[in-house]
Design a protein around this ligand. Structure first.
Ligand code: F6R
Length: 236
């Protein structure tokens, strides 16, 4: 039986993760995928744009979205995912998160209904330096569903990498831990030395709500794709 979570470390993690996703899509063309933005998955998305046909029957759900930004902001999660992947591969279904909806609770419920229609086959996630998954910050309810949430200070500071001082979002809407932990398969992508400590805590520390990514220790089919600097603190 395979170990889960398993981790794969290599300089070529982008190529390997891309190939693995194309294999999943080939085996199951109507794959239902939840996709993070942030910076880490972007090289994978860029490679995937060379294989648009693979997504013809797939359904894509945006993992999370910052609140309070102008509709035209190019670093909104929706804009990033469209620009980097969706506009190139045109999946059969693409569900975004309308953080500007008048009734945000209804929008969150509608996303839960989207998930409930067929579940999530695969969630591709990044990792916050505090262990967050999506915008599920430390202390989030492991049974929580799509919701409007406050961002942790480190997330607000970290987001300055995307917005270059233009905005300082303090909240967002995220798919909840319940549905991420129940996805058929979960991948976490982490690269660079700033992730080394939290990668080790998530994979080899005590599992608990204070490090949301550590809750994946109990997931039956979870793979971490790591570059060598992100893996330096792991005990092999
Ligand atoms: C983005 C998201 C976040 C990021 C995380 C890591 O959709 O859900 O949880 O994945 O903050 O961000 P990067 O990849 O920019 O280091």
């Amino acid at each position: 039986m395979r170990r889960s979570p398993e981790w794969r470390v290599g300089k070529n993690w982008v190529e390997q993760a891309t190939d693995a996703l194309l294999e999943r899509l080939s085996a199951r063309p109507a794959l239902r995928i939840c996709l993070a933005t942030g910076s880490t998955p972007l090289p994978v998305y860029q490679r995937l744009t060379a294989s648009p046909a693979a997504f013809a029957a797939a359904s894509v759900l945006l993992l999370d979205e910052f609140g309070g930004l102008p509709a035209t902001e190019p670093e909104r999660c929706d804009a990033v995912l469209r620009r980097e992947l969706v506009d190139h591969v045109e999946p059969a279904d693409h569900r975004t998160i309308d953080v500007d909806a008048d009734d945000l609770d209804s929008e969150c419920s509608a996303i839960d209904q989207w998930i409930d229609r067929g579940g999530l086959d695969l969630a591709i996630l990044g990792l916050g330096v505090n262990g967050h998954l999506g915008m599920n910050e430390p202390g989030s309810d492991s049974d929580g569903r799509t919701a409007s949430v406050e961002l942790a200070t480190s997330t607000i500071e970290g987001a300055q990498r995307y917005f270059a001082g233009r905005h300082r979002p303090t909240w967002g809407v995220t798919v909840g831990l319940r549905d991420l932990l129940r996805a058929g398969e979960v991948w976490v992508l982490a690269a660079g030395p700033t992730k080394a400590e939290i990668v080790a805590r998530s994979l080899q520390g005590a599992a608990g709500a204070d490090v949301p990514a550590s809750l994946l220790q109990d997931h039956p089919d979870c793979t971490w794709w790591l570059d060598p600097p992100a893996a330096t603190n792991l005990e092999m």
